[in-house]
Design a protein around this ligand. Structure first.
Ligand code: 7RM
Length: 646
């Protein structure tokens, strides 16, 4: 087992939770969770009305409820209540695509802009409970429009700006959004992204969408459909900067965020008001050891859960200064993050292993150029971090003076579940270490037996609910039950494999289902396969993950062509294009192998185990293949895999 790293002195000095405190607090949180969360709910949230009961959860019915009977406004908690003491404090620092292109909003500014935006939504007929789709680049209007929805009780569904028209359409339809918020274009490094055109294709012919509101990010002209499309800047001019907060029930929906699973279309993960806000604000404070004067920079995209919870809701609820970054880590060069960190004196920085690997590869000169002495906490999320990347982050970026927090969590969990606490838990490279307060992980074997004690490996489950847990799959509660609570009755099943070492530290091994984690983006193999078949040239496809230096996991697609055995460049292009069209560029296969057939059992199930091994280049021992309908196909696939372009 790798070496453990002590807590750096400058982290320890000011940490809220010190080494001796963790066990005691953890025990308290586990022995009486309702008391624990009730106390934090009083401390972190301003309620309009208190709850009748802290929690009411029953995994056998997929029932998750927190703070029932309580009332609050999430937007009030993130903005209004700060005005008195933090009105002039910076709420959002926005760093645009070009270095130094900066806009700042104080809490007062942000409050005003959110009120105006909320009034615009109301003027367009959006009411409490309505769904609003948001397809925006990383511009301030993204956070503003989310908070505006929250202010009037509308449910936002943010769609990552990299998704295609087809993906947007599916998501809008699934939750019948009546309004879409987008921009004429997005800017990403040297590229212009035609967001409005994509939305036009997505909503063409959709009855549910009444209005499309468009931000002007660039000076490009786009076609505006009469009666449907409106320019946001023009409309906002007439809007009042006063808008009361809609008071919501703790268990009313706050947002829907689609995430990929092993089967079917992406699921609409639903989070509610009270528990989600409490869980994200508490974890934001303790996991990042956030202090009032800190500048906090989470480099994720708000299109993913990390941005929802740790750029917008958690930090703003805590009255923090949160930095929003529009560009990419390698534009104009691999020093961009450090340029941003040094100019804005960032204290807490949070990114994904894939970004760390991509910039580490370019050399430490890009880091050493900048003064990074403001940094105290460095976070990582999205996929297991390999030891090399961890050490580079710790030594080259953190100069061994910063705490590394490897945070494990999911869209479904709303916030961080397994993580070091900077001042309390010595770290080990590659381990997410210990459960956060109130979280009781367990490891089970394939028969569902709980593996007690240390030095055990198996499937990672969580024993009891926490306030940030998702409440349902939008429109399909049965699917919520089937996906998470049916495998191991009484437990929440995460879909990840994990090991608990001799010190009780957790090591997350990755997904055990057919979900790929490509550059920290979650994709279902079934979705990609269906997109490939959509190309028209492929009869049948099987997609598996393969090791990839930067992305962590790359996409390997085995394709059986229609009417022919071997494909050419044109077929390859058609397949890639189809995937980009149906899902988006993030799902483009890294490797496509044309095969004569897929290895199937006699009952027709594809043996993915074999395909995964071949994709890894590990063809020596493929295990038992006797149940295959046609074992000879395996040899042909192996032969082909040796020459395929990777
Ligand atoms: C926050 C987020 C969830 C999946 C999860 C894991 C993997 C996330 C870590 C990690 C190892 C980590 N939400 N994952 N964080 N694996 N160490 N620190 O990423 O819904 O998009 O993905 O990501 O497999 O199940 S997500």
């Amino acid at each position: 087992m790798s070496k453990s790293y002590d807590i750096p002195e400058r982290v320890l000095e000011r940490a809220y939770i010190k080494p001796g405190d963790y066990n005691e607090l953890y025990e308290e949180s586990i022995s009486n969770p309702d008391k624990f969360w009730g106390r934090l709910a009083e401390e972190f949230i301003s309620w309009e009305q208190k709850w009748d009961k802290v929690s009411d959860c029953d995994y056998s019915k997929a029932q998750v409820r927190w703070f029932e009977g309580a009332k609050l406004s999430v937007c009030y908690n993130c903005l209004d209540r700060h005005l008195e003491t933090r009105g002039d404090k910076t709420a959002i620092i926005w760093e645009g695509n070009e270095p130094g292109e900066v806009k700042s909003y104080t809490y007062r500014d942000l409050h005003r802009e959110v009120c105006r935006f909320a009034n615009l939504l109301k003027a367009q007929g959006v009411k409490r409970g309505d769904r609003v789709a948001i397809y925006l680049p990383m511009i301030p209007e993204l956070a503003i429009s989310m908070l505006a929805c929250a202010r009037i009780g509308a449910i936002h569904s943010v769609i990552f700006g990299g998704f295609s028209a087809d993906s947007i359409r599916d998501r809008i339809l699934d939750s019948t959004c009546k309004l879409v918020i987008t921009a004429n274009q997005g800017l990403r490094a040297n590229k212009k992204i035609p967001l409005k055109d994509t939305v036009d294709r997505a909503v063409d012919g959709l009855d549910c969408v009444e209005k499309v509101l468009v931000c002007r990010r660039t000076d490009a002209d786009v076609t505006m459909k009469e009666g449907r499309d409106l320019w946001i800047e023009e409309q906002l001019q007439n809007m009042s900067a006063e808008c009361p907060c809609e008071i919501m029930d703790a268990e009313d929906p706050l947002f829907i965020l689609y995430t990929s699973g092993s089967t079917g279309k992406p699921k609409g993960v639903l989070h509610t008001q009270g528990g989600y806000l409490l869980y994200t604000s508490v974890t934001h404070k303790y996991v990042f050891d956030y202090h009032e004067e800190d500048v906090y920079f989470c480099a994720a995209d708000i299109g993913w859960i990390t941005g929802h919870s740790y750029i917008v809701y958690g930090p703003l609820c805590n009255g923090a200064t949160t930095l929003m970054f529009e560009s990419i880590p390698t534009y104009p060069d691999a020093g961009r993050y450090w340029d941003v960190v040094s100019r804005h004196k960032v204290n807490i920085f949070y990114t994904a292993p894939t970004a760390i690997r991509a910039i580490a590869k370019e050399g430490r000169e890009y880091v050493d150029k900048y003064d990074l002495s403001s940094l105290r906490i460095l976070g990582t999320v999205g996929e297991p971090i390999n030891e090399d990347a961890w050490l580079w982050y710790y030594e080259v970026v953190g100069k061994k003076q910063c705490a590394i927090v490897d945070t494990w969590w999911q869209t479904e969990t709303g916030g961080i579940l397994i993580t070091p606490l900077p001042g309390a838990i010595p770290t080990k490279p590659g381990s997410a270490t210990k459960p956060f307060f109130g979280i009781k992980p367990c490891i089970v074997d394939s028969d569902g037996n709980r593996l007690e004690g240390n030095n055990v490996s198996g499937y990672l489950c969580i024993e009891r609910s926490w306030p940030g847990q998702m409440r349902t799959v939008y429109g399909d509660h049965q699917r919520f039950f089937d996906t998470y609570f049916s495998q191991y009755p009484g437990l929440y099943f995460t879909g990840d494999a994990a090991m608990r070492d001799q010190d009780g530290y957790y090591w997350i091994r990755g997904r055990v289902d057919d979900v790929l984690n490509v550059s920290g983006h979650r994709l279902g193999t079934a979705e990609i396969e269906s997109a490939i078949v959509h190309s028209g040239v492929v009869a049948e496809a099987a997609v598996v993950g393969m090791p990839h230096d930067i992305k962590g996991t790359g996409i390997y697609a085995y394709c059986v062509l229609k009417n022919k055995d071997s494909g050419d460049e044109e077929d390859l292009q058609k397949i890639k294009e189809a995937v980009r069209e149906v899902i988006g560029p993030i799902a483009t296969p890294d490797c496509i192998q044309f095969v004569p057939g897929l290895p199937k059992t006699r009952s027709g199930k594809i043996m993915r185990r074999i395909l995964r091994k071949i994709a890894r280049g590990d063809t020596e021992d493929l295990g038992d293949t006797t149940t295959l309908a046609d074992p000879s196909v395996v040899d042909q696939i192996i032969a082909g895999s040796k020459t395929v372009k990777r």
